[in-house]
Design a protein around this ligand. Structure first.
Ligand code: G16
Ligand code: MG
Length: 216
């Protein structure tokens, strides 16, 4: 049967989570807010606007909408400056073999990302053509853990939620997949992602027999 394999982008397909972190950290520093990698876990998979609010809450800072808009632009410009030179090398280890295996087996592949920068990243890394559907931060109104992004992806592919499988590196994303009754696969640390149905440290730990077990 045909299943929908829905991939998150940052931290799952590409190693851009580190660039988000650097850009947020730079802003936090300018605002005198201490922002650690642990704090950053809370931002993963979360929209840009919500991410800024979390950082400001962390620093106990109340800001005008005008300041917030300025900082959001600044953060995105910094983030984009890291992406200027990216290419297929930004794709995380083990991801391409899985994508190609799914294509070989005639399975459906979708992107389900909170990022508004998703399409240019897929283009630069040369994999945009592998996707049967793309749903990103420009398409949704509700951020993860709201399941909207994954529900839209499954709908575009005409696959039921129960036949959809989500790969995610964020707690919010795992929760979104679970809420949608999809099979959640956490990519990252087991302690952080314990709500996922399956957890792998990265894609190199995912073998063909596991993917096959999801298809049949
Ligand atoms: C990503 C990241 C988040 C980021 C969000 C919005 O989502 O995990 O850290 O804040 O997208 O990204 P942008 O500022 O590029 O619109 P995902 O869902 O691909 O992990
Ligand atoms: Mg992610």
């Amino acid at each position: 049967s045909k299943k929908a394999f829905i991939f998150d982008l940052d931290g799952v397909i590409v190693d851009t989570a580190k660039y988000h972190f650097l850009a947020w950290q730079k802003l936090a520093q300018e605002l005198g807010i201490e922002f650690t990698p642990e704090h950053n876990e809370e931002l993963k998979g979360v929209s840009r606007v919500r991410s800024l609010d979390i950082i400001l809450e962390l620093g106990g800072i109340q800001a005008s909408q005008e300041d917030k808009n300025k900082w959001l632009i600044q953060k995105n410009e910094d983030y984009l400056s890291y992406l200027v030179d990216i290419d297929e090398n930004e794709i995380l280890p083990g991801v391409l073999p899985v994508l190609h295996y799914l294509k070989d087996k005639n399975q459906l592949i979708a992107l389900g990302s909170a990022s508004k920068n998703a399409r240019p990243i897929l283009e630069k890394t040369g994999i945009i053509n592998l996707f049967d559907a793309i749903v990103d931060g420009n398409d949704v109104t509700n951020a993860k853990p709201d399941p909207e992004v994954f529900l839209q992806a499954a709908k575009k592919l005409n696959v039921t939620n129960e036949n959809s499988i989500v790969f995610e590196d964020s707690v919010a994303g795992i929760q979104a997949a679970n809420i949608a009754n999809m099979t959640s696969i956490g990519i990252g640390e087991a302690t952080t992602l314990h709500e996922a149905k399956y957890i792998f440290e990265d894609f190199t730990f995912i073998d063909v027999s596991f993917i096959e077990s999801l298809i049949y």
